[in-house]
Design a protein around this ligand. Structure first.
Ligand code: SF4
Ligand code: ZN
Length: 309
């Protein structure tokens, strides 16, 4: 039996009757291009508001790799942030120095920010750590993403502070977050689940993830509908990452058992709630080498520097 949603076999938007471009969940319905964009942006706004991610006066450093997630983040934030008083974005791109990959994404990031007139700064590993990632990784390719992740996090903080940001916004989406929960569980690193929770701590620049409840496939569609879809090369180190295997596994599970990813995020939230009363380190310590805030004797970056020699 057909209903107003699928006249003459063509699925129609339940809100306006135009041809639908997708079917979304919660509630399950077909939406046209304009109503999908509205649905997408309202969803991100709800995530920001519920998480109290933005305050008047904030200067938000958008971590813009030039890839799909960060491009969508920049597009949606430029529409949503004017709702708050005196909140301004600044885009920051970290150039790790990955041959055959980073140049293309840098170009995409430059084009995007100039098209939307967003202040944009590029900071490189070479400048901050005296070597680019390709040089650092010779003989250590298997640890590429761990090393890259630690250094990139540090680079982002340095850049955000340099350009006067009060917060760092990253493009992590629902799929990324669910993958992280599963990866931490697979590594037996449950405490990390809780450590990563976004909360304000003295001495740390708060990181916010406005797309953390947005599925990757909706981000792809949003980019296409906003005419911002570009095919970019994939980082050559992706093949060494556990994440790549977990991504494939979770996508299959989500397809066969819709809601799997949200269940993983719910599980993480429950663990956070159970641990809410567990006292953490009451005093933030300073790294003995560089003075950065950290929880141990040395920060992650200095520990990594020691191990790299
Ligand atoms: Fe860095 Fe790994 Fe991402 Fe490549 S895939 S940019 S090495 S984290
Ligand atoms: Zn519609």
């Amino acid at each position: 039996m057909s209903g107003p949603g699928d006249l003459a076999g063509v699925a129609r938007c339940v809100l306006c009757g135009k041809p639908a471009v997708t079917r979304v969940r919660d509630p399950d319905r077909h939406l046209c291009d304009d109503h999908f964009i509205q649905f997408f942006e309202e969803g991100v706004l709800r995530t920001i508001t519920a998480g109290k991610m933005v305050r008047p006066g904030d200067r938000i450093a958008i971590a813009l790799s030039g890839g799909k997630d960060s491009t969508a983040l920049l597009l949606v934030l430029t529409r949503l942030l004017p709702a708050w008083d005196d909140v301004h974005p600044v885009a920051i791109t970290i150039d790790e120095g990955i041959a055959g990959y980073r140049q293309e994404t840098l170009r995409a990031a430059r084009e995007l920010t100039s098209r939307h007139k967003i202040e944009h700064h590029i900071v490189s590993f070479e400048e901050l750590f005296n070597r680019d990632l390709d040089q650092i990784l010779v003989g250590r390719e298997q640890r590429a993403c761990t090393i890259c992740g630690i250094l990139r996090k540090k680079a982002l903080v340095v850049a955000a502070e340099r350009y006067g940001a009060t917060k760092i916004a990253t493009g992590h989406n629902l799929d990324d977050e669910a993958q992280s929960v599963l990866m931490n569980a697979l590594r037996g690193d449950l405490p990390r689940l809780i450590r990563n929770a976004a909360r304000e701590k003295p001495g740390f620049l708060l990181r916010i993830k406005p797309l953390c409840l947005t599925p990757e496939r909706e981000i792809a569609l949003y980019l296409m509908l906003r005419d911002a879809w570009t095919e970019l090369p994939e980082c050559p180190y992706t093949r060494f990452a556990l994440r790549a295997e977990v991504r494939g596994m979770l996508s299959t599970l989500e397809y066969r058992h819709p809601g799997t990813m949200l269940h993983l995020i719910d599980a993480k939230k429950k663990i956070e709630r159970y641990c809410a009363g567990v006292p953490g380190p009451s005093v933030i310590r300073r790294c003995q080498e560089c003075g950065d805030p950290c929880s141990g004797e040395f920060c992650q970056v200095c520990r990594l520097r020691h191990s790299l020699g």
